[in-house]
Unconditional design. Structure first.
Length: 154
């Protein structure tokens, strides 16, 4: 499996650690940023979304302060289903119910615990290892998403 990953400055430190962890098991393409210097998250989210869309990567991971900004950008690309992950349960649901091919992580949001690379690694592993549901209701919903995408990406 090939994973594309990127972050803005808010996610740089955690992304760097996450890349090291994931590289032990997967091929990882790091699209930056490569420092904590202020930068614009759309530039990096776009790189991951394009890599997944163009099949250079099987899945994508994007990090920013809230996870929301990069998620908005990723979902602007045809064929991308991105969601913000903030728990183990959401990691599993993004894969099983939503068929997400891009996962977006917050790095500055305070949840039950402070976000760190070990937590994000665990959530990533859950997301990757959870199969897409074969239940008709989930497949029907994903097909509706694809229909909406076809209607609006003209």
């Amino acid at each position: 499996m090939i994973i594309a990953i990127a972050s803005d400055h808010a996610g740089f430190r955690i992304k760097k650690e996450l890349v090291e962890m994931l590289s032990q098991e997967y091929k990882v393409i790091d699209f930056g940023t490569f420092s904590e210097a202020s930068c614009d998250y759309p530039d990096y989210a776009k790189k991951v979304a394009l890599a997944v869309k163009n099949k250079q990567a099987d899945r994508g991971i994007i990090l920013c302060g809230s996870g929301e900004g990069v998620c908005i950008v990723a979902n602007k690309f045809k064929g991308i289903i991105a969601g913000v992950c903030y728990s183990e349960e959401v990691a599993a649901l993004l894969s099983s119910h939503n068929f997400a091919n891009v996962i977006c992580f917050p790095t500055r949001v305070k949840l039950e615990k402070e976000i760190n690379s070990e937590i994000l690694y665990r959530w990533t592993k859950i997301w990757i290892s959870t199969p897409n549901s074969t239940e008709e209701r989930h497949i029907r919903r994903i097909n509706k998403i694809k229909e909406i995408e076809e209607e609006n990406f003209k």
